[in-house]
Structure formats: structure tokens, C-alpha cells
Write a protein that binds this ligand. Structure first.
Ligand code: SF4
Length: 206
């Protein structure tokens, strides 16, 4: 990985969920399925064939390639709506109910920023389509969300360049993580605790 290699948009979502998960996937190319990844893949099958259709005057592009040289990001959008009034509106498909999740929102914000750079046109809103409830959740692409995209992309780039895997979070996130078996968060947390205890004992003797 060099300073100029683009980062996949999906890495932002992985990093916000858990930096170690991001490292395992994008540094070590680890992959494992669980019920959540299987559901996610099933949802994306609906929109992973490139093409477009016109619905009530709105051009809807599927699997649209996206990039930003400025941000060093590359990926694709599930759907992008191009409205007759000039509104450009990305829609990301997710499995599950209508719940706000920062890791979904950051991926959408990064897509909106790529579209802005590609088209030279503001993209102030987008939506997450929650497949289980068949409901859309509109997301404002706020300056705070954009700043988070920039900072997260920088953190991921630094991690990929260093080649160092972040430590495990070992919390409730691990229960739903498909990489739990590969990651071994409890074993690593125990090892870190033992190291700390040994260090404390040693320093007490001094
Ligand atoms: S098991 Fe936990 S620490 Fe490991 S990658 Fe998944 S969420 Fe992160």
C-alpha cells in the first residue's frame, strides 16, 4: 500500500464498526460468512448488476462506479437517482430494520462526496434502504459526517501503510462479527491482561 493507492469505500464502514475488522479484511484479506454477511450479500444481489432504469422521470443507476482522487477513495454505489431538477441522491442497501448506524451513514457520506467530486455538483442527502422493513432512512450529509469520512480514510491509510493490525475491541460488537473465529478477541484480550499483570508485578518488585 502506498500513499496514493485508493481505499475501498467499504473499508470506511468496516473501520467504524471495528478497526481490527477493517485490518483483517483489507490488510490480511480475511473473509468469513455469518448470518449477517449472508443477509447482506442477499440484499446486494438486488443491485449488483450495473444498469439503469427510468422511473417517473428519475434515472436510477445501479452499481455505479465511484471514486475521488482528492480523498483517495474508490468503490461503487448500490443505486444513484438522478432527478429531473438536478438532484443527485445515492441509496445504499442494507439488511435489517430501520435503525441508524454510523457505519452505514459514513459509507453513504463517502459515496456522496465521491459523487460531488465526480460531477462537480452538491449531494446534500442520500438514503439507506433497509431491506427487512422495506423502508428508506434519509441521511443528511452533514459537515461533521464529511469530516469523519476524511479522518477515517486517513486512519485507514495509516494502518494499511504501517501493516499493523489494530487491537481487538472485545466487546458486544464481536458477537455479530463474522471474523470472530479468525480474530480470537477473548484470547488476545487475556494475553494483553496477563502481560499487564506481569508488568505490574515486576514494577512492584522494583
Ligand atoms: S471479533 Fe471483535 S475485535 Fe475482532 S474484528 Fe470482530 S468486532 Fe473486531
Amino acid at each position: 500500500m502506498s500513499e496514493t493507492d485508493p481505499i475501498p469505500l467499504s473499508a470506511l464502514q468496516h473501520w467504524i464498526y471495528c478497526p481490527r475488522q477493517c485490518g483483517l479484511i483489507h490488510l490480511e484479506q480475511a473473509f468469513a460468512d455469518n448470518i449477517h454477511t449472508a443477509r447482506g450479500q442477499a440484499v446486494h444481489h438486488l443491485v449488483d448488476t450495473p444498469g439503469y432504469e427510468i422511473k417517473s422521470g428519475v434515472r436510477v443507476e445501479r452499481a455505479l462506479p465511484l471514486w475521488s482522487d482528492r480523498l483517495g477513495l474508490i468503490g461503487k454505489a448500490d443505486l444513484v437517482e438522478f432527478h429531473p431538477d438536478g438532484t443527485v441522491f445515492p441509496v445504499e442497501f442494507k439488511h435489517g430494520g430501520k435503525r441508524q448506524k454510523l457505519h452505514d451513514d459514513i459509507q453513504l457520506a463517502a459515496q456522496a462526496m465521491c459523487l460531488e467530486d465526480m460531477l462537480g455538483h452538491p449531494v446534500p442527502k442520500g438514503a439507506i434502504f433497509h431491506a427487512t422493513s422495506h423502508r428508506r432512512r434519509e441521511v443528511d450529509i452533514t459537515p461533521e459526517l464529511k469530516q469523519l469520512v476524511i479522518e477515517t480514510a486517513e486512519a485507514i491509510r495509516a494502518m494499511l501503510i504501517s501493516g499493523k493490525l489494530p487491537p481487538p475491541v472485545n466487546d458486544a460488537r464481536c458477537k455479530e462479527c463474522s471474523l470472530k473465529e479468525i480474530c480470537q478477541p477473548e484470547a488476545l484480550a487475556e494475553r494483553a491482561r496477563l502481560k499487564r499483570l506481569t508488568g505490574e508485578l515486576f514494577s512492584e518488585k522494583e
